[in-house]
Design a protein around this ligand. Structure first.
Ligand SMILES: C[S@@+](CC[C@H](N)C(=O)[O-])C[C@H]1O[C@@H](n2cnc3c(N)ncnc32)[C@H](O)[C@@H]1O
Length: 187
């Protein structure tokens, strides 16, 4: 990985990106679960710590040590440094997986999709929440991130869906009235 922009942001991240409404995400994830939950690219644990008690264990993985050092301070989370493209987990380890605002930051989205599918348990559910690149405001954000050399790569919802189609997964795309899209994959 190149320069870690997120380590610079980490101490302020939760204050800047606070007050996130998790209603839709929780509902699409189908929580609670008796199994383990993975928040991939989970950063400071901003989202995961609000899911405390809704899974037997909540694992937060991220490449950024700075972001994870914030997650370590939150109760009920198991933070671990790992690339989403190469998880140190056995097949079928998690009944629920979420990826919030991180998929476009991953180094290789197709490799990450393979890994997300591999570690998802049969009967389990994966929810990828992304800014919807099919909308103009998000196209502008994508341009700004390029100018900031953030190396992000936004895929359209139908392209993310296509990454899971070879598995014959049940896949749904949900959008809100604004700029968010959720791709829900059931194994
Ligand atoms: C915009 S932040 C979102 C963090 C968290 N999901 C949230 O919503 O608060 C994106 C995160 O993706 C992480 N990330 C970038 N590339 C990654 C990769 N290849 N594998 C795992 N995490 C990665 C970054 O370090 C960063 O913490």
């Amino acid at each position: 990985m190149g320069f870690d922009h997120f380590s610079l942001l980490a101490p302020f991240y939760d204050r800047v990106f606070r007050g996130k409404d998790l209603t839709q995400l929780k509902s699409l994830l189908g929580l609670p679960t008796d199994g383990r939950l993975l928040d991939a690219g989970g950063g400071t644990g901003r989202v995961a710590h609000n899911l405390h008690g809704l899974a037997s264990q909540i694992v937060v993985t991220d490449v950024s040590n700075g972001m994870l050092s914030e997650a370590i301070q939150k109760d009920g989370l198991t933070p671990l440094q790992a690339h989403a493209e190469l998880f140190p987990f056995a097949d079928a380890s998690f009944t629920r997986i979420l990826v919030v605002d991180a998929f476009h930051h991953f180094c290789n989205q197709r490799e990450a999709a393979v890994e997300l599918w591999r570690v998802l348990a049969p009967g389990g559910r994966l929810v990828i929440e992304e800014p919807n690149i099919d909308t103009w405001p998000v196209k502008l954000i994508a341009l700004a991130e390029k100018l900031a050399l953030m190396r992000s790569h936004f895929y359209a919802p139908r392209q993310i869906k296509a990454m899971f189609e070879p598995y014959n997964a049940h896949i749904e795309i949900h959008t809100d009235q604004q700029y968010t899209v959720w791709v829900v994959v059931q194994k």
